[in-house]
Design a protein around this ligand. Structure first.
Ligand SMILES: [Zn+2]
Length: 66
């Protein structure tokens, strides 16, 4: 099964949170991962997508102002 809400956990990623938080999907503790080709934070245990950066325009506006 290749569900759109689950990603391959073997790919490269960076951790998102400084501390572990509980996953809504599997209940495990994870710091969240952001994978290279994804604009999303996913659970490091089950790969469930916590949320995405689809509306990133706001971030760009902040950067240009600086
Ligand atoms: Zn999970």
């Amino acid at each position: 099964m290749n569900g759109s809400n689950v990603i391959d956990l073997s790919r490269r990623y960076v951790r998102f949170y400084a501390t572990h938080i509980e996953c809504d999907f599997c209940g495990e503790l994870s710091r969240g991962r952001i994978y290279d080709s994804m604009q999303a934070v996913v659970c490091g245990s089950c790969g469930g997508v916590w949320w995405t950066f689809e509306h990133s325009d706001e971030w760009h506006e902040e950067a240009w102002d600086g």
